[in-house]
Design a protein around this ligand. Sequence first.
Ligand code: ZN
Length: 311
Amino acid sequence: MLRKIGFASALSVITLTSIWSTSASAEPLKVVASFSIIGEFAQNVGGDRIELTTLVGPDGDAHVYEPSPADAVTMSKADVVLVNGLRFEGFLQRLVEASATKASVVELTKGIEPLKMREAEHGHGEAEEDQRDHGEFDPHAFQSISNAKVYVTNIAEAFCAADAEGCDTYKANAEAYTAKLDAADADVKAAVAAIPENERTIITSHDAFGYFENAYGITFLAPEGISTEAEASAADVAALIRQVRDDKASAIFVENITNPRLIEQISAETGVKVGGTLYSDALSKADGPAPTYIEMMKNNIAAIKGAILGS
Ligand code: ZN
């Protein structure tokens, strides 16, 4: 009799264990991230509890991305869709509609303090219905590490809402990653402090660094405004060349997502050397210098500091 009970309870333990491990490992949360930076945040928070698909990959330009039919299929199967918001992803609305996804679409800029777009940008909005036109606010909020922490908190909340069982894990992962972000933020500030104040002006190819400027005190001048597809006018280029010649800019940079032609032209006409590549709206591929967000931020400030100080 005793033996029989022992056998029965052992059996029920085995059954429970196998049900538990099946539900934990066979059904990861299906997550879609709109572009590479958000994808990396999601992976840091989700770990192996999520199955991640990133729509706009390394070195990709989310401003002009054209979704594929496969993207619509991926979206339709998603549990959670993570996006930047503030009209960063011009393709998003059409894709959400085409896929008829039932997933919650979470805007990760929720809770940040949005910056208004700059004066220079106002000339660019040709058509209000143009989905690539960003609207009133600068969407590149991830260019400040304190904002990145808000993205991470929002991701943990979204994952907890979709997968309550994993919530403790998501929160612990978010906390650990946030500590790394704090350390990176201190490193960026220390690098900026080493640059003389009157030399903290540089030129980039599209206006993606407003939040970086606001957080860290480097001034970025950009000829093309905020949209990567907008062509700079001859007057814009002439004005920039004047600024560089007046010695207001210490260095000039290309970006990983934009055509370097215009920057090379300004460099040739002014004699100011191209200081390197800044990663603005996308990570690099795994073998590049910015395969993670933290490496991207460190790479950018190291390139800026190196170009200005000539080291
Ligand atoms: Zn951009």
